[in-house]
Design a protein around this ligand. Sequence first.
Ligand code: CMC
Length: 439
Amino acid sequence: MAATEKKNAAPALTPATFSVAGTTVEFPVYQGTEGPNVVDISKLYSDTGHFTFDPGFMSTASCESKITYIDGDKGILRYRGYDIDTLADNCDFLEVSYLLLNGELPNKKEKEAFDRKMTLHTMVHEQLHFLYRGFPRASHPMAVMAGAAASLAAFYHDSLDVNDPEQRELSAYRLIAKMPTLAAMAYKYSIGQPFIYPQNEMGFAENFMHMMFATPCEKYTVNPVLARAMDRILTLHADHEQNASTSTVRMAGSSGANPFACMSAGIASLWGPAHGGANEAVINMLEEIGDVKNIPEFIKKVKDKQSGVKLMGFGHRVYKNYDPRAKVLRKTLEEVLGELGKIDEPLLKIAIELERIALSDEYFIERKLYPNVDFYSGIIYRAMGIPSKLFTVLFAVARTSGWIAQWKEMMDDPKNKIARPRQLYTGEKQRDFIPLGKR
Ligand code: CMC
């Protein structure tokens, strides 16, 4: 595709020249508004008969996007051009969801209308209660969430036409609004308590916490400091560019699959321990260390490659600097523990000392290993009384707004095609068939 034909194409630069097997071809080079330029190799196969090979997408931009920007070396994360810490300090999660979906921050009137519309979609079909009751109580809540998200397609037939922008919009509202309800139901079901219905007069995070912790027996007031902390955590996790689960959502959606099925695919990908599950591992690690005095011994083990021990919550494929989300979380953690009178929480002391030692140790400095988003989030969740099995579910609730914004961006692009990677085939060449009796 020529640079000039490309929808929303960034300015074309001097083409890249590439030679393979005696053929030299030129490829357009596009410049983004920030970040590395890309070489458009889409004609490589037709021009040279070769594919590119890049398992793990180490050098491959899988799409063009205007939503989220990360500079891993500088520790920058921006949604639609706004720094994550500015958004976390000044906006609420729904405001940020509006930004992700629409590209601009809402004005007061737009925000009120958006919040109201979201609120109207928080309740789920009553029949879903029966779906939940089919699961064993000990099910992992991510299994329940993957099933529940996909099942929404069975209830909301009026928003399944992915070619209709209004239906896409309606699905976006439904998904963002219903995920906290589904997540709280998964928790309530696991502990054998009745489901708590959403309360429309409450804010998004407040309502979520109310559905998690209230019972029908007595009035439950959500602590506003904790609700604000939860809201901020949701904002910090809302989007993260083309990570594994977001790419999964885009890939599933590229075939025209409905958005509920796509979110379920995203949840499945997020469930993996290399993606959404590390904050639980951080808690286990801090508990295992047990006391500040045991940290030097633990660090020794981490540095010994034979031990197989990693400093969980440290390091990131993209960030080679302090994860900007971890900075906000550290501040939030202190606010939460202060509010709960748990500032002496032993796990916090261990975490702070661990961070101090790691950041001054040559092993971590050399490898550019800094705290990531998972280093502090688990301690906050634990202080709030959220069980560790639910940590990844909270991530899914937050990431739904990013997933759906990315899905909508893809669906809005008239040049969207089914994602169909190719392969380097290393299996058998054609061979003679031997009938069963002669093998
Ligand atoms: N503790 C000790 N050493 C580490 C760690 C760590 N947490 N992370 C990386 N290293 C070492 C690694 O052994 C390697 O050393 P060497 O060069 O001597 O072989 C070097 O640092 C480079 O690491 P890598 O494994 O090549 O880096 P990667 O980009 O492939 O892995 C990572 C990134 C996040 C999987 C890894 O840093 C890790 O396992 N961290 C702990 C788990 C964790 O906190 N994950 C949450 C990620 S953030 C959540 C999300 O965005 O989904």
